[in-house]
Design a protein around this ligand. Structure first.
Ligand SMILES: Nc1ncnc2c1ncn2[C@@H]1O[C@H](COP(=O)(O)OP(=O)(O)OP(=O)(O)O)[C@@H](O)[C@H]1O
Ligand SMILES: [Mg+2]
Length: 585
């Protein structure tokens, strides 16, 4: 074979080969007799360095290397939804039967070649189509249609023939254009290359997460990127999984990137039995899982996030809102560091390669809400939610810092809050969202003008408590006014009842926007009622005898309409209780 090279050195996942051919950077190579999949990452004269995505033990110098001439690419088509792929897009279908490790060198496409899908054409012979135009639909799950599109890299043409409704495999010919191009349900795309869009749209719609602290205080826009750094055990995985379950994206791409294998198993066991909150079908129907856990080859971790992003962009192009989650970016960066070390590159900060920021940007820049190419006119989005696990919870380290520069939302997880079992352990003083202003219009039209007021009220209370706590250090709690004593109690209530949310609760794991507003309204009214009484002369110790927290936690577990009526009843009862208290003046 002409495009052969020969292995001259092996260092873990990095293989050095000799070849006299013209080799492309990032070209895919099949390495050794087992044809392990790899990618060219450095070319020095006729010395070629390849990162191999599979276990290299047993590989020997002198074995052949076959250079394919093409870059790392992925087959996109119906059947991806509900599937579990490894870091380089091979299906892990027989999961559980034969373990999640594939035979070395297997090069399977993620799409089932034999499965037949119903096709419904939506264009006629003679219609003009261009890149991104939809030519028909294939129902992929019980509620999601795979929209068969003209691939983005195909030029305009008129339809010469189109398949009639019926059953087709992913490789059957569905449509032929007058320029001779054949459209099938499958399209192939290079994973490191962003898929083109018509134009970018403003961030004016939220990704509703159903988590009160996130939606109320630090909302993420559709198409935005959020970074969630947190030390060991602060709740990164649980929070990401909650978002995967409850957020209002149409499709979720979940990448288990270098984290523990059993966490992925949890997802695989739990998600098929849980229902999608928006469609009453198994959650797995809107998920694509990419499993590249800590016990899998390290180099594939590097590719896995671009692979996930390519799948996300493919569904975005159909007009869907997709959320992509990677747990965790730090393990991905460690893979970069390991490969960089083996290449003997000059290390940058904390040993990470100098191009860490550039590589991260290549991923984050692919997020966005966009107008898609082609007809009919449609919009889609890819929102990113990435966990980062900085060693020792130190957010000043390079992976956290580089990620923050590229994203609009920072959900900082706090070790101290996690130790106090305050979950989600989002630190409300550190976290921020840059989308608050652009989302203002959406929230005020959806929840009314009072939402903004309630939100600032919550922020204001949290800030006032912070200042007051400093004062308590100086004067002690007894030196505070009755109003201030109540403020400290009220903020504790706000934290327990509003900011905390148990991801494992049947009722409270998801909180709708209407319920968030109702709950906040009740808490604000509670404050109003007590304030009036404090002004009239009641002292804090009298008020503190009322079991606010227990009552409110019971209310929180109610559905929205019941919460409204029971909340009103509880506030009326409270008012009477306070009325009966004697004022000592
Ligand atoms: N929202 C939540 N509700 C209830 N419990 C939670 C929540 N978030 C986290 N926890 C608790 O915290 C524990 C640790 O969470 P998790 O495994 O998500 O942490 P992590 O940050 O991913 O840790 P690691 O760094 O080890 O990956 C969970 O097992 C759970 O008990
Ligand atoms: Mg985790």
């Amino acid at each position: 074979m002409s495009n052969l090279g020969e292995i001259t050195g092996i260092s873990g996942p990095v293989v050095k080969a000799k070849s006299d051919l013209a080799i492309r950077m990032f070209e895919v190579a099949h390495v050794g007799r087992d044809e392990l999949l790899g990618e060219v990452i450095r070319i020095l004269g006729n010395n070629i360095f390849i990162q191999v995505y599979e276990d290299t033990s047993g590989l020997c110098t002198g074995e052949p290397v076959y250079f394919t001439g093409s870059l790392l690419q992925l087959d996109l088509g119906p059947g991806l939804l509900g599937s579990v792929l490894d870091g380089i897009g091979r299906p892990l279908t027989r999961l559980g039967e034969e373990g999640i490790f594939l035979k070395k060198g297997s090069h399977a496409s993620p799409l089932d070649p034999d499965r037949k899908w119903q096709f419904f054409p939506s264009v006629e012979v003679g219609s003009l189509v261009g890149p991104g135009s939809i030519i028909g639909n294939m129902p992929e799950t019980s509620f999601l249609n795979n929209r068969i599109m003209v691939p983005p890299d195909v030029s305009k043409g008129t339809i010469r023939s189109i398949a009639s409704p019926g059953e087709y495999t992913v490789s059957d010919e569905l449509c032929v254009l007058d320029n001779g191009y054949v459209i099938k349900a499958t399209q192939t795309w290079e994973v490191r290359q962003p898929r083109p869009v018509m134009m970018r749209l403003p961030f004016d719609q939220p990704l509703i997460t159903g988590q009160r602290v996130l939606d109320t205080l630090f909302p993420l826009a559709l198409g935005g990127a959020a970074v969630m750094p947190g030390g060991f055990g602060t709740g990164k995985t649980v929070t990401q999984q909650s978002l995967a379950k409850w957020c209002n994206a149409d499709i979720i791409v979940y990448i288990g990137c270098g984290e523990r294998g059993n966490e992925m198993t949890e997802v695989l066991e739990e998600f098929p039995v849980l229902s999608d909150p928006y469609h009453d079908v198994p959650l797995m129907e809107r998920m694509i899982l990419i499993a590249n856990t800590s016990n899998m080859p390290v180099a594939a971790r590097e590719a896995s996030i671009y692979l996930g992003m390519t799948i996300a962009e493919y569904y975005r192009d159909m007009g869907y809102n997709v959320a992509i989650m990677a747990d965790s970016t730090s393990r991905w960066a460690e893979a970069l560091r390991e490969i960089g070390g083996r290449l003997e590159e000059m290390p940058g900060e904390e040993g990470y390669p100098a191009y860490l920021g550039t590589r991260l940007a290549q991923y984050y820049e692919r997020a966005g809400r966009v107008k898609n190419m082609g007809e009919p006119v449609r919009n889609g989005s890819v929102s990113v939610i990435n966990a980062v696990s900085p060693a020792g919870g130190d957010f000043s380290e390079p992976v956290t810092q580089s990620s923050l520069r590229l994203s609009g939302v920072f959900w900082g997880l706090d070790k101290r809050l996690a130790q106090q079992r305050h979950f989600p352990a989002i630190n409300w003083q550190q976290s921020y969202s840059l989308f608050e202003d652009t989302l203002d219009h959406f929230f005020s039209s959806r929840l009314g003008p009072e939402w903004k007021f309630l939100k600032s009220y919550l922020k204001d209370m949290l800030e006032r408590e912070r200042i007051l706590k400093d004062l308590v250090q100086l004067v002690g709690r007894d030196g505070l006014s009755e109003q201030d004593k109540w403020l400290l109690e009220l903020v504790e209530i706000l934290k327990v009842v509003y900011l905390q949310q148990n991801a494992f609760s049947d009722v409270d794991a998801f909180c709708s926007l209407d319920k968030q507003k109702q709950l906040l309204l009740i808490l604000k009214r509670l404050d109003d009622v007590v304030q009036v009484k404090l002004e009239a002369g009641l002292i804090y110790d009298q008020i503190s005898s009322i079991p606010f927290r227990i009552d409110l936690l019971k209310l929180r577990d109610l559905d929205q309409p019941e919460l409204e009526s029971k909340g009103k009843y509880w506030l009326d009862k409270l008012q009477h209780q306070l009325q009966d208290m004697v004022v000592f003046k």
